[in-house]
Design a protein around this ligand. Structure first.
Ligand SMILES: [Zn+2]
Ligand SMILES: [Zn+2]
Length: 375
């Protein structure tokens, strides 16, 4: 059987549809008929640059990793799923035997097989084979589109709930109101944060953030010609603390800063506005090397942490938060494309808006047999 149309990246700016063989599954795997796939900045990055950091596309690779679908075949040893189950698919299969896996941080596994990270194929195909425990059954009232959004939501859950360990009644500032930043705000709100401050240079994004999960918003001032970045960040932080009444200590201080922008000035500003003994989580991938106010970090004893993908419990919490109505994933899906229009979905995500001018938060591509109206 070879009826498995797949959307394949062959090289920079070079994508084609290929017929691939229908994958065989192992005893502990299931074969999922992929129905909905969200497009991520990383997918676009591979298309445009052919690489992200040390991951280089050297042979043709199927794109896509934010997916949901319907179980179409189960391996001999699978007990938890049956044909017809609607599932969100966690796209990283780990070795289960290394120190990282065994200590409960499987996102750090050196042997992770991650969809659409070279050399491994992604999910933009009719079928995708996956270990059964990486499939999360969706409650009946959630759509398959919402199921696909469990991937970016899990990135946010990992950062805010797991890495930062946010507690109720804390205050959070999120730099960057793109999809992941917005979802971090939503997770913070859902977990009971008191203040959720959204910071972005695009006012329209903040407008959306306000209706979505932010309690306050802040547009940074413009950088002066010739102004050094750190001086700008100090000025930015001062304005922010004045405008929003942020203090270094006490109830008006910021317990957690999440950078979902990757911008140097955001990271600098975030360190300056965090409270004494506060937490800073780096989530945005921007320039790989930046300057930070390290003495401020030291004297405030800021807990500076990296957050990468997701680990144990994150997908389950995502499904629970969305399933219980605490997070609305429907409103972040702004654009829908059929499988035949996959290239347009990438172009639209890359441009940040569709030809009609509508801004993209998330574009979703349907599976080969799925109609656009079937959510
Ligand atoms: Zn993603
Ligand atoms: Zn491992």
């Amino acid at each position: 059987m070879s009826d498995n149309p797949s959307f394949v990246l062959r090289g920079v700016e070079d994508v084609v549809y290929e017929q691939r063989p229908i994958p065989e599954i192992a005893d502990d795997e299931v074969l999922v008929a992929v129905k909905k796939t969200g497009i991520c900045g990383s997918d676009v990055h591979y298309l445009v640059e052919g690489r992200i950091a040390q991951f280089v596309v050297e042979k043709p690779m199927v794109l896509g990793h934010e997916s949901s679908g319907i179980v179409s075949k189960v391996g001999r040893k699978v007990k938890s799923l049956k044909v017809g189950d609607r599932v969100a698919m966690e796209p990283g299969a780990t070795c289960r035997t290394c120190d990282a896996c065994k200590s409960g941080r499987y996102e750090l596994c050196a042997d992770i097989v991650f969809a659409a990270t070279p050399p491994y194929d992604g999910t933009l195909a009719r079928f995708y084979p996956i270990p059964s425990d990486l499939c999360y059954k969706l409650p009946d009232h959630l759509t398959l589109e919402e199921g696909a959004m469990m991937e970016p939501l899990s990135v946010a859950v990992h950062a805010v709930a797991n890495i930062a360990g946010l507690r109720s009644n804390q205050s959070v500032a999120v730099f960057g109101a793109g999809p992941v930043g917005l979802l971090c705000m939503a997770v913070a709100k859902a977990l009971g944060a008191r203040r959720v401050i959204a910071i972005d240079i695009v006012p329209a994004r903040l407008e959306f953030a306000k209706g979505f999960a932010a309690t306050e918003t802040f547009v940074p001032p413009k950088m002066e010609p010739g102004e050094a970045r750190m001086r700008y960040s100090e000025r930015n932080a001062k304005k922010m603390t004045e405008d929003l009444g942020i203090e270094e200590r006490g109830p008006n201080s910021i317990d957690l800063v999440v950078d979902a922008s990757g911008a140097e000035v955001s990271i600098q500003t975030g360190i300056i506005i965090a409270k004494m003994g506060g937490t800073f989580v780096q989530l945005g991938m921007g320039s790989p090397e930046i300057v930070i106010p390290v003495t401020t970090l030291l004297t405030k004893e800021i807990d500076f942490k990296g957050s990468f993908r997701y680990g144990p419990g994150d997908y389950a919490l995502s499904v629970a938060l969305a399933g219980s109505g605490k997070i609305d994933l429907k409103s972040i899906i702004t654009h829908r494309f059929s499988f035949d229009q996959a290239i347009e979905a990438f172009q639209t995500t890359r441009a940040g808006k569709s030809p009609d001018g509508k801004a993209v938060i998330k574009a979703v591509i349907s599976g080969p047999d799925v109609s656009l109206s079937d959510l």
